[in-house]
Structures are given as C-alpha cells and as structure tokens.
Ligand binder design. Sequence first.
Ligand SMILES: C[S@@+](CC[C@H](N)C(=O)[O-])C[C@H]1O[C@@H](n2cnc3c(N)ncnc32)[C@H](O)[C@@H]1O
Length: 243
Amino acid sequence: MSDKDDLYYKKTDKLIDFEFDEKVAAVFSDMIERSVPGYRSLISQLGGVAAMFVKSKTNIYDLGCSLGAASLSLAARLPGIQGAQLILVDRSKAMLDKCRSNLSNSELASVADYVCEDIRNIKINNASLVFLNFTLQFIEPNDRQTLIDKIFAALRPGGALILSEKIIFADKQENDLMLSLHYAFKKANGYSDLEISQKRSALENVLIPETGDKHKQRLAAAGFNSVTTWYQCLNFISVLAIK
Ligand SMILES: C[S@@+](CC[C@H](N)C(=O)[O-])C[C@H]1O[C@@H](n2cnc3c(N)ncnc32)[C@H](O)[C@@H]1O
C-alpha cells in the first residue's frame, strides 16, 4: 500500500531536481495514479497487449520498472509468463527494492531477475517483449535513438516494444489545451496549485517530453515494421512497436 503523495505540499525555497529516491518510492503508486491521466486503465490493459508477444525461452525486459506495475499486469494475463525470463531494470535502488518486495508473493518471483543499473548500460538479448513504460522521457534526448536501436537489435522477429510517454503537441493551441486538461486532472485528484507548480519545476530538467510523431519517427528509424498508438489519454500515449 502506497503512502499519500504530499512531497510538494509545503512551499520550499530550495527546489531540487526530481529524483526517484526513497521518498518518491514510498508514495509512487499514489503519485503516478494522481498525476498520469489514464494510468490505471493503461496498466490494466497493458498486460493483455503484451501477452500477445511473449514466447517461451525468451527474455522479457521491464526497463525503468519502478514498482513492477507493467510486469504484474502481464502476469495477470499470462500466468507463468509462458516460461520466459523476466528482467526488471531500474537505476533507483529504492524503487527496485520495493519492486522486489511487491513481486515476492507473486508467481513472478521465480522468473524475475532484478538489475540496478542505467538502462543505457545494460546488455539486452533474445527479447520477445520490452516495456519502456514512462521511462524514455527521463533519458537524455541525445541518447534516445541509441537506446531504441539497442532494443530493436535485441528483439526477435515478431517481438514488441511497448513505449509509453508523456507527450507534447506541435500545434500550440492543442498543446495549451492538453496542458490545461492535465492541470485540471491533477487538481481534481487533490493536488494544490502550489504542489503542481513545485513538482513541475522539479521535473523541468528531468522529464523531457517529445511529440508522438518524434517517437514514431525514432521507432521507424530503428527499423520497426509496425508502429501504432494503442492507448492515449490526454497528453499521455502508449505505442506498440513490432519488429
Ligand atoms: C515514471 S517511472 C516508470 C513507471 C513504471 N514503468 C510503471 O509502469 O509504473 C520511471 C522509472 O525509470 C527509472 N529510470 C529513469 N531513468 C533511468 C535510467 N537511465 N536507467 C534505469 N532506470 C531509469 C526511474 O528510476 C523510475 O523508477
């Protein structure tokens, strides 16, 4: 059970860049549900989409796994995850420790490996499925194509990358509208104006969103055969890229 996210409730003069540390890990489930429109619905459907691609004797990667929500969704749809191996990677030890404890009572415990590393530095191979669920947005834009290329190279033919991201819109009017709707979503979920603005400042240099087209161009450039937006809620999308 997650604590309530009140990390930005009090006014602070010394805002530091957002980090996935112990404090964030403790409130993360509450934070992401109240901050990402459609998160719960996306997670509940994600497993069904992902299950279509898993093959036995392959690897499944959950990159930037946080508390393991994507993998747990898959396990709910595909008991035993078809004899595949699950590799959960996060560079935040606090997140990965919580993830391990979350999965310890699930059937995933026996097939899961946990890697505390930067996903840019790990080797990926023999993959039938890769989750990059709201993680690429935290990677330096200049490193994104290299990472996507690495994932593509590691996927078997017919394998899939599921990429979920916060996005911006090229059209200013549409972008402003989506930002207003996202703001209203957070207000409706109990965040104050101060909390929203302090968290936005903390994330400013850390979470760098791009347009949906930019993501799709990058996936196409890597060589993916099929690139489809299968989910969107306001300024958050999930793209299914099949090799
Ligand atoms: C928004 S959370 C991901 C949410 C999660 N995938 C889910 O489905 O609930 C982003 C996660 O990516 C991790 N992360 C960010 N950059 C990373 C990197 N370069 N290498 C490994 N993990 C990273 C963070 O520590 C954080 O746990």
